[in-house]
Design a protein around this ligand. Structure first.
Ligand code: ATP
Ligand code: MG
Length: 179
């Protein structure tokens, strides 16, 4: 849920490029997720306030929860949260969890979260990179589009195909999804 939420923030900030970099380090006992986008970014003041649950620029309700909940979840499990943002340039959110902490949220269905966001935002380029103990897999919409030779990513036939491809590659680097 956090992954979808942080992606959605990037989309709302009009990003044309969004990336998620997951690094699992079993010997180091850490799980890191780094989100970056080239959207409109935030002012310094905003970047400071944004992890306060009572601050949001949305008008439909008063409480923005995405970033502050993610920060709380990371810190509660002995991890860390950093947000770097520059107006007109983009935003980077880095969140680190202690891998074996009992309260660490599970990674869940990352492939599904990535693909659903990709399909819903055909104009946006996505890169999802996953490294586990030094082994890496990288999925990019640019490469996928090239490989599909003219078939669009939101074509109904594409989702199961991409899903299987990503899951297989993740499994090759030792990533067990939903763990
Ligand atoms: N990647 C980003 N680029 C630019 N601004 C951002 C980005 N992420 C968050 N923000 C700003 O920070 C505010 C807080 O974000 P947060 O996700 O915590 O809450 P929200 O998106 O407003 O509401 P919710 O996520 O609960 O639906 C957003 O309203 C937006 O103004
Ligand atoms: Mg949000």
């Amino acid at each position: 849920m956090h992954i979808m939420d942080i992606f959605q923030n990037a989309i709302s900030a009009d990003a044309s490029q969004v990336s998620l970099d997951i690094v699992e380090n079993t010997p180091g006992n850490t799980l890191q997720l780094e989100f970056a986008d080239n959207g409109k970014g935030m002012t310094e003041e905003m970047a400071r306030k944004v992890t306060d649950p009572f601050f949001t620029t949305r008008t439909t309700r008063k409480v923005g929860l995405g970033l502050s909940l993610l920060k709380q979840n990371a810190e509660r499990t002995g991890g860390s949260f950093t947000l770097e943002s520059e107006e007109g340039k983009g935003t980077r959110v880095t969140v680190r969890f202690i891998l074996d902490h009992l309260d660490r949220p599970v990674l869940g269905d990352v492939t599904g979260a990535v693909l659903l966001t990709v399909i819903a935002n055909p104009g946006t380029g996505f890169v999802y990179s996953h490294t586990k103990n030094g082994k890496n897999y990288r999925f990019s919409t640019e490469e996928a589009l090239e490989a599909l030779g003219g078939i669009q990513l939101n074509d109904p036939l594409v989702y199961p195909y991409l899903r299987e491809m990503i899951e297989e590659n993740l499994s090759d680097i030792g990533v067990t999804t939903s763990s």
